[in-house]
Ligand binder design. Structure first.
Ligand code: C5P
Length: 215
């Protein structure tokens, strides 16, 4: 059984997807982490993310795996390294290339074979798993999404203003929504939830209830 959760950056989908997978006893797949791994590998090799052919070559060379809640790139634990601002920005650039997406979509479908899974990203309900059992699209007001990211950054002692974060969010949304391949948008049959005024437990209750009602 496959449950998909898509939505823009900061909509709360990562926390929601992880929590829902625990409540249902399903596997969890963070597909954003896979695009981040390609971006990190590109930056580590001093390759310009705008060089499509070089990026595609890298995406075919690397090995990405998950161990518990850790992300492993070519044998190294990159769980923290893929969360920097530089990787975040490069991830949405490399995600525009069709051949990169093709390679990662193949891995995502492989990960879902024979297991119950909650898969989270931008195109899980529209492109990767069009026949998923249950699809969700989470949204939140940009200001609220920026505030959540700002709180995370403050907790990590990172120096950035709320205004800068808001700008980054607008830029990333714009890139993700306007790309020609697998743009960020809800599937026709997705349940849309605005998480702006909800606690994480309220979001999880809604998600879990929707899945259980369909079972
Ligand atoms: O979700 P996260 O912020 O980790 O994703 C990083 C970037 O990877 C996104 O901005 C988006 O460009 C890309 N992505 C994607 N398709 C997915 C998941 C992530 O294009 N399924």
């Amino acid at each position: 059984m496959i449950v998909t959760i898509d939505g823009p950056a900061g909509s709360g989908k990562s926390t929601a997807a992880r929590g829902l997978s625990q409540r249902l006893g399903f596997e969890f797949l963070d597909t954003g982490a896979m695009y981040r791994c390609v971006a990190l590998a590109v930056l580590q090799r001093d390759i310009d993310p705008a060089d499509e052919q070089a990026v595609v070559d890298v995406s075919r060379q690397i090995r990405i795996s998950f161990s518990e809640s850790h992300v492993i790139l070519d044998g190294a634990d990159v769980t923290q390294a893929i969360r920097t601002a530089a990787v975040t920005d490069a991830a949405s650039q490399v995600a525009q290339y069709p051949a990169v997406r093709e390679a990662l979509v193949y891995l995502q479908r492989q990960a879902a074979e024979g297991v119950d899974i909650v898969s989270e990203g931008r195109d899980q309900g529209t492109v990767v798993f069009p026949n998923a059992f249950c699809k969700f699209f989470l949204i939140a007001d940009p200001e609220e999404r920026a505030r959540r990211r700002y709180d995370e950054m403050q907790a990590q002692d990172k120096k950035i203003t709320l205004e800068e974060i808001l700008q980054q969010i607008y830029q990333r949304d714009q890139r993700d929504e306007s790309r020609t391949v697998a743009p960020l948008k809800p599937a026709d049959d997705a349940v849309e939830i605005n998480t702006s005024c909800l606690t994480i437990d309220e979001v999880l209750d809604q998600l879990e209830q929707t899945v259980r009602d369909r079972q």
